[in-house]
Design a protein around this ligand. Structure first.
Ligand SMILES: *Cc1c(COP(=O)(O)O)cnc(C)c1O
Length: 375
């Protein structure tokens, strides 16, 4: 036995465990909002061919500013949203987690504040901590939307340099109206951060799952140079394992992120994989409509269930997961499902649980297990 070494750990990191959802080996994985459908053999072959071509050049550093990939992402965003996006408006990194870190490295920092509205994504406070940025949360309403007056008051009170809006939100699935995002962008212009306005980041990790008629914040890009809209290939694109997140913003904002990124942060293998996937975007996104329909059916089914005589409460969802509750002992329900081979997520406000949308067979297993355990 060796002695535990003494290490000069930063005080705010002492006793902290690394973040992460449990990764358990069970038959039905509905806990981290992945797309349950893997890439088709044709897409796998294309990825393999492009990675093989990239491998022959791996003695060289990859393209630092990856214009080809940024162009392909811009083309995809333009097609998906109907908003013209150019390559120099796009930035990418190893997951939108890293994109968010770049944003806080560039616009947060000591003496500065990042603001979001809880309950929301549990990783944000960690990016703030790691960049020495003060972390402040306003609140969401009981239906998990954000009240505009509350948002404006909170922004005025805290003068944040970064405002994070998650839409659709995780873990609630809630979309924000374009009017609210617009008003927050305007309020951000009135913040004074060393003579500059605040930056508003709209995290649209689940954007492709939004219901018909729900617009993307990309529509506001033309009007606001202090707006960044982030997306990921991890969810709808069924490419979580590739680690590719990206954002669209004014080219000046993108230039600021190029200053803080590590040199060559996006490997040649990652760039080749993402380019291959984007060449098959329609095919990779083909299951999105089926997942949205399965999501709506899951919401309807949950709404029809009762626990102890009271109907279940189900949050409206524009994402590929549903938050539902409330249970007096949610951990017991989570454990009961796990004992039946179904892993969901114990997250969100007390009493709630979150289930990701899987295949029809996986959702049938989830419903059967939930009926046995809790209903
Ligand atoms: C899953 C998720 C992401 C995506 O993270 P990646 O690093 O791109 O895999 C970003 N934001 C939210 C709110 C998420 O739930």
């Amino acid at each position: 036995m060796t002695r535990e070494p003494l290490l000069p750990l930063r005080p705010e990191l002492r006793g902290i465990e690394p973040y992460g959802a449990p990764q358990l080996d069970v038959p039905v994985l509905l806990n981290v909002n992945e797309n349950p459908y893997g890439p088709s053999p044709a897409v796998v072959a294309e990825i393999a061919a492009r990675v093989a071509a990239a491998a022959s050049g791996l003695n060289r550093y990859p393209d630092r500013d990856f214009p080809q990939l940024r162009g392909a992402l811009a083309g995809y965003l333009t097609r998906e949203s109907g908003v013209a996006v150019a390559a120099d408006q796009v930035w990418a990194a190893n997951g939108s987690n890293e994109v968010m870190l770049h944003l806080l490295q560039a616009f947060g920092g000591p003496g500065r504040t990042a603001l979001s509205f809880a309950p929301t994504y549990s990783m944000y406070p960690e990016y703030a901590r790691d960049t020495h940025t003060r972390w402040v949360t306003g609140k969401r309403e009981t239906d998990f939307t954000i009240d505009l007056d509350h948002a404006l008051e909170t922004i005025a009170a805290h003068q944040p340099s970064v405002i994070l809006l998650t839409s659709p939100n995780n873990p609630t699935g809630t979309s924000l109206s374009l009017e609210l995002v617009e008003a927050v962008c305007e309020a951000a212009l009135r913040v004074d951060v060393d003579g500059a306005p605040a930056v508003v980041v709209v995290d649209e990790a689940y954007g492709e799952f939004r219901r018909a008629g729900v617009p993307s914040a990309l529509r506001l890009l033309e009007r606001f140079t202090n707006l960044a809209v982030s997306r990921t290939m991890s969810k709808a694109f069924a490419l979580a394992g590739a680690r590719l997140g990206y954002l669209a913003a004014h080219p000046r904002l993108v230039d600021a992120l190029r200053v803080v990124r590590l040199p060559y942060h996006l490997s040649g293998v990652t760039q080749a994989t993402a380019l291959a996937a984007l060449a098959h975007a329609d095919e990779l996104l083909a299951q999105v409509d089926a997942l949205r329909a399965e999501r709506d059916a899951t919401v309807t089914w949950l709404q029809q269930q009762t626990v102890d005589g009271a109907p279940l409460v189900v949050a409206e969802s524009d994402a590929n997961f549903v938050l539902f509750g409330t249970f007096a002992d949610r951990h017991a329900v989570w454990q009961g499902l796990l004992d039946r081979g179904v892993l969901i997520r114990e997250t969100g406000p007390d009493g709630w649980l979150r289930v990701s949308i899987g295949t029809p067979q996986e959702m049938a297993a989830f419903r059967a297990a939930l009926v046995e355990v809790a209903l």
